[in-house]
Design a protein around this ligand. Structure first.
Ligand code: FPP
Length: 248
């Protein structure tokens, strides 16, 4: 029986964020090049996007390329960028058919021109879709994003548009590249690594974290449902006591 039928559709996370890890090790395990792992990772991207949209998740953010990933061998970076371009090109029609909007966060200007063009074209084409938003984190790191926010806020203070004493939690949120996206209630990381790795540091403040040993290319719809079911068993207290929550 699929775990899908055990999911409580009234208690879904509105936003799920995923660190897709383990492509390289998955490939190496079978004596293949790392790129082979990334290619097979695309299959999981497709499966999980479909699974999330089907159950009614509204935002799915995938960490596809980090600021730190620029330090990888040049050949791997090129292959990843090409994979990104070809995948976006190939999948835009599917996104349209399924009413899914594509969005991106990160330092998009640092991506190769071809990649930027393909991405912006797909974002434009899908901008009116309403079922779910698929957010790709590309050349993204949370420290990069927070640094940018600090710069913008400082500039406003300098120009007298903003008073230092008015700066609060919301001011920071509004200046992040995720400002239009609700915080993820659930963050999933694959491949048995128990880290956040500079991903959505501000936004994950109260998120539930789910870790699995499965390498990303093996991450299936069923595993995604398992993460949702696990999330639904948790008690989200936001600093309050269990009794306070029950008294509500
Ligand atoms: C981490 O595995 C994965 C990445 C750095 C890239 C993820 C990219 C894809 C799944 C394909 C393109 C995505 C889209 C959205 C079209 P790793 O290489 O760090 O694995 P390792 O830890 O085993 O070395």
């Amino acid at each position: 029986m699929s775990l899908k039928s055990t999911i409580d559709l009234n208690n879904l996370p509105e936003h799920v964020a995923i660190v897709m890890d383990g492509n390289g090790r998955w490939a190496k395990k079978q004596g293949k090049l790392r790129v082979f792992g990334h290619q097979n990772g695309v299959k999981s991207v497709r499966n999980v996007t479909e699974a999330a949209a089907e159950i009614g998740v509204k935002y799915l953010t995938l960490y596809a390329f980090s600021t730190e990933n620029w330090n990888r061998p040049k050949l791997e970076i090129t292959a990843l960028m090409e994979l990104l371009v070809s995948t976006i090109k190939k999948e835009t029609a599917t996104l349209m058919k399924n009413n899914i909007r594509l969005a991106a966060i990160g330092d998009l200007n640092s991506l190769p021109a071809k990649c930027q063009n393909e991405l912006l074209t797909a974002i434009e084409e899908t901008k009116n879709n309403t079922r779910m938003t698929l957010v790709l984190a590309l050349s993204y790191s949370s420290k990069w994003d927070i640094t940018n926010a600090v710069k913008q806020i400082s500039q406003k203070v300098k120009e007298g548009i903003l008073d230092v004493n008015q700066i609060n939690d919301n001011t920071i949120t509004e200046h992040l590249s995720t400002s239009a996206i609700p915080n993820p209630e659930l963050m999933i990381r694959t491949s048995g690594e128990y880290r956040i790795s500079n991903f959505l540091l501000w936004e994950l403040a109260y998120s539930e974290l789910y870790f699995t040993e499965t390498f990303w290319p093996d991450f299936s719809k069923e595993e995604f449902y398992a993460a949702i079911v696990d999330f639904q068993k948790r008690e989200r207290r936001f600093g309050k006591t269990s009794e306070q929550l029950k008294a509500k």
